[in-house]
Design a protein around this ligand. Structure first.
Ligand code: C5P
Length: 237
């Protein structure tokens, strides 16, 4: 189960990230690097993680016109990350050309292409806040529609709430990967997350990867928190 846990390294500095990764040791194999840490370390954190033999999900959530994202995706893939993401709402052309470029670039340069994952509706949205942005359909309908769009464009999977994973799997098939933030064990606070489940529920609902940040990184004993979450994922608590 531990290979399904991705810890969100949402800390501002390289030293903090190093401290956390060293503390978590062999308990955690997969890390998510987001905007704050990537920008503040000018990408250096990726070298550190690779030197430690950790897997990396680069969470920069690309969203722009097809040409811009296609070029950015080529560089992201070339960084040697295992997974990165683009916004599903960037549309079919942006998604499809990104996939094509990533695959060609991997073949031409002799590396394994990273998984490319489409961001659906952020887990910090509930129905009311989503509606306020001006979206006409419900979150469930939108997530499913964008998942199908991503699948048609050849993406490997989507970022979604664990609550949506089962539905997506039933429509897009079991091979279509669901990467799920919005995970909260019952012993932690919700913070800004809205569409959440516990780690155990997330696994039962078909989540392939659980992205967990603050319940681990802000815990006074991050390693114990990670182990407890892995146990819950295994259905042991
Ligand atoms: O601290 P927490 O467990 O809420 O962290 C969740 C992580 O997943 C954050 O880094 C956040 O940027 C990311 N994320 C998310 N919801 C999405 C996509 C990414 O919470 N839909």
């Amino acid at each position: 189960m531990k290979n399904k846990l991705i810890v969100a390294l949402d800390v501002p500095e390289l030293a903090k990230a190093q401290e956390l990764v060293n503390t978590l040791g062999e308990t955690v194999n997969y890390y998510k690097v987001g905007l704050e840490l990537f920008l503040n370390t000018r990408g250096e954190v990726l070298d550190f993680l690779k030197a430690k033999d950790k897997k990396v999900f680069l969470d920069l959530k690309f969203h722009d016109i097809p040409n811009t994202i296609t070029q950015a995706a080529k560089w992201a893939a070339g960084l040697g990350v295992d997974m990165f993401n683009v916004h599903a709402s960037g549309g079919e052309v942006m998604l499809a050309t990104t996939m094509e470029t990533v695959k060609n670039s991997a073949v031409n340069n002799g590396y394994t292409p990273p998984l490319v994952i489409g961001v659906t509706v952020l887990t910090s949205f509930d129905e009311v806040s989503f509606n306020k942005v001006g979206f006409k359909y419900s979150i469930d309908e939108t997530v499913l529609h964008w998942s199908q769009l991503c699948q048609k464009a050849g993406l490997d999977g989507v970022v979604c709430s664990p609550r949506e994973a089962a539905n997506i799997k039933s429509v897009c098939g079991n091979e279509f990967i669901t990467v799920c933030p919005g995970v909260r064990p019952c012993w932690t606070e919700l913070q800004d997350q809205k569409r959440i489940t516990t780690p155990g529920e997330a696994i039962k609902m078909g989540a392939d990867y659980l992205v967990v940040g603050r319940p681990i990184t802000k815990n006074s004993n991050p390693c114990q928190a990670a182990l407890r979450i892995i146990k819950e994922m295994e259905g042991e608590e």
